[in-house]
Write a protein that binds this ligand. Structure first.
Ligand code: HEC
Ligand code: HEC
Length: 353
């Protein structure tokens, strides 16, 4: 673009942005508006740790999937989803044995439940060849707005149980699991410490200081949620009529000692409960979830995703919807019975999230 054209284009986009939105809206990857200067510094420093590329000398491995968090959480910007590159591990392999939660064996003695794909030298532990072992692929999700997800009170999650058959992922320590597709982790520090260990082979405190772990958590905590676009009202109605909102609960109000995360409305479109999604989607048990159970995937930020469902098997939204089985089967059937006009309105609505 020539200089003058650029000026005109910038002027136009400012005008358009101003017309649609009186306030400045964060873009994907931006920090939450209204952070204190200390919080903003922690966000920036945390982003650096999230992007730090480890080497064998700085603790990488021996087994790992990628050299940094940002290598997987990259699309369209740092903190985002996996890009599904051919030459990159954005989709990982999990394996566990058994079925119902009480008998679920996470194969920790064999290198599970996340079976790594890269090594600094020693042979990678293979997934045990055993009839009881089940394998599942996991695509990399986006993390925008996840500090707000962490700040949703447990009572608000429990309030939707057992709507549409959902059940809270009550962990052995009594807390509710909410992170991970099987709702395995109750908060960001737990998930992030596990991610350093499983994805990069980084042990805390030997290979990463607790202070750097906290900074990484604060980067995710302070990532702004994707700002919803102008809502399609017809599609919003259809979303409720066919029963999507039974599980994809549109919003929650947060509670947090951190001011910027307190009393905020988070447009999550999930109940954070586990649902039995039927045999076609079922893969492995994990945490307290059975093979067919998945946490309702948040639809927040759906417009920025290119593949759908836990392993990225769905290439379009329609495909993701019609593959809902089990407790989601009725909504999938209702979707198929919609008039063309209603179906298009629903898809327009989904693409505004
Ligand atoms: C190899 C790619 C890869 C790397 C590297 C990676 N992640 Fe992830 N991340 C994933 C996948 C896949 C999941 C989904 C796991 C699941 O659902 O069980 C995930 C899930 C998450 C979640 C929970 C999201 C949710 O929907 O509840 C958080 C938080 C997270 N990662 C943070 C991190 C951090 C921090 C690092 C670096 C220490 C990291 N990840 C490194 C692939 C990766
Ligand atoms: C019974 C609860 C339930 C109902 C009802 C339901 N969903 Fe879902 N939805 C889920 C769960 C659980 C997942 C995650 C499944 C997986 O990853 O395999 C999901 C995943 C999705 C995804 C994929 C998101 C992603 O990024 O991977 C989309 C899109 C979606 N649902 C849309 C809808 C729409 C539209 C409706 C209504 C026609 C609907 N859902 C009804 C529980 C439900």
């Amino acid at each position: 673009m020539t200089g003058r054209l650029t000026v005109v284009a910038i002027g136009l986009s400012l005008l358009l942005a101003g017309a649609a939105m009186p306030m400045m809206r964060p873009r994907l990857g931006d920090p939450l508006p209204g952070l204190t200067s200390t919080e903003l510094t922690r966000f920036t420093q945390g982003k650096a740790v999230f992007s730090r590329e480890f080497t064998p000398e700085t603790g990488l491995g021996p087994f790992f999937n990628n050299v940094s968090c940002a290598q997987c959480h990259e699309d369209p910007v740092t903190g985002g989803a996996g890009a599904f590159n051919e030459d990159d591990v954005d989709v990982e392999r999990h394996a566990t044995a058994g079925d119902q939660p009480k008998t679920c064996d996470e194969l920790t003695g064999f290198g599970g439940p996340v079976f790594r794909e890269q090594t600094t030298g020693p042979n990678l532990p293979p997934i045990p060849a055993d009839a009881a072992v089940h394998v599942g692929l996991r695509s990399t999700p986006m993390l925008f707005g996840f500090g707000l997800v962490e700040a949703i009170p447990e009572s608000a999650i429990l309030a939707h149980e057992p709507r549409a058959g959902g059940r809270a992922a009550r962990l052995p320590d009594g807390r509710l699991g909410r992170f991970g597709r099987k709702a395995t982790d109750p908060d960001l520090p737990t998930f992030v410490a596990g991610a350093f260990n499983k994805e990069q082979g980084i042990d805390i405190p030997d290979e990463l200081s607790p202070a750097d772990l906290d900074l990484t958590v604060d980067f995710i905590r302070f990532l702004a949620p994707p700002a919803p676009l102008q809502r399609d009202h017809e599609g919003w109605e259809v979303f409720h009529q066919v029963g999507c909102a039974e599980c994809h609960i549109p919003s929650f109000v947060t509670k947090s000692p951190i001011k910027v995360l307190d009393r905020q409305v988070v447009h999550l479109f999930s109940d954070l409960l586990l649902h039995d999604m039927g045999p076609a989607l079922a893969d492995l048990c994990k945490g307290v979830a059975a093979r067919a159970e998945f946490r309702t995937e948040p639809l927040m930020g759906l417009r920025a995703r290119s593949r759908f469902l836990h392993d990225g098997r769905a290439l379009t939204l329609q495909s993701a919807i019609v593959q809902h089985g089990g407790q989601g089967a009725a909504a999938a059937a209702a979707f198929l019975n919609l008039s063309r006009r209603d179906r298009e309105a629903l898809l327009r609505f989904l693409k505004s999230l």
